[in-house]
Design a protein around this ligand. Structure first.
Ligand code: IMP
Ligand code: MG
Length: 176
């Protein structure tokens, strides 16, 4: 039996995503490219770009696939790019979006990959941040919620490819 304990409800997430969009527009402006990191960021990104529209921005959308986890609850420590990275951002800002900053390896790897591709600046955004888990010096520019060292699922985030579909974020208490 799998039990999930509620951590952030849908309405709480939606309100924070709107807040993040306003912060982003204030700092970056309205003309930039959002790059979502697959798979984990797909739900967050879909909500974020619509919140950005409400906040007055008109971002272009790109996706990039990184992989670091196997089937377990801990990162393999090795981040891999699957497929290509988008390039040439016409001297405009880029906002790199992930679901969680944990060790910081994925976002810093993504940021490095995008360096030198004619972005004015690569900003970083994550819905969740676990600052106590950091292995590299990585501070996302925009963070939805800080959380403790707990394993979460839902809202795009998985445990062994399950639970991404949940509309809320919860903790896995027991799993089979
Ligand atoms: P980092 O490279 O260690 O910062 O890890 C970032 C990635 O690890 C995120 O994009 C998630 O896909 C995954 N991750 C980190 N913490 C969790 C968690 O609590 N549940 C599920 N996936 C996680
Ligand atoms: Mg991920």
């Amino acid at each position: 039996m799998t039990k999930i304990r509620m951590l952030f409800e849908e309405q709480e997430i939606a309100a924070r995503v709107d807040g993040l969009a306003s912060e982003i527009v204030q700092k970056i402006g309205v003309d930039f490219t959002v790059i979502g990191i697959l798979k984990g960021a797909f739900v967050f990104m879909a909500d974020l770009v619509r919140a950005l529209d409400r906040a007055g921005a008109a971002p272009r959308i790109e996706l990039m696939r990184l992989s670091s986890y196997g089937r377990g609850m801990t990162t393999s420590g090795e981040v891999k790019l699957i497929g290509n990275t988008p390039d040439d951002f016409e001297g405009k800002p880029v906002l790199l979006v992930d679901d969680i900053v944990d060790t910081g390896l994925s976002l810093s790897y993504g940021q490095e990959l995008l360096a030198g591709r004619n972005a004015q600046k690569v900003w970083t955004c994550a819905l969740l941040d676990k600052p106590s888990r950091r292995k590299v010096d990585m501070k996302a520019d925009f963070v939805g919620f800080e959380i403790d060292d707990v394993f979460v699922v839902g809202y795009g985030i998985d445990y062994a490819e399950r639970f991404r579909h949940l509309p809320y974020i919860g903790l896995v208490e027991q799993s089979d």
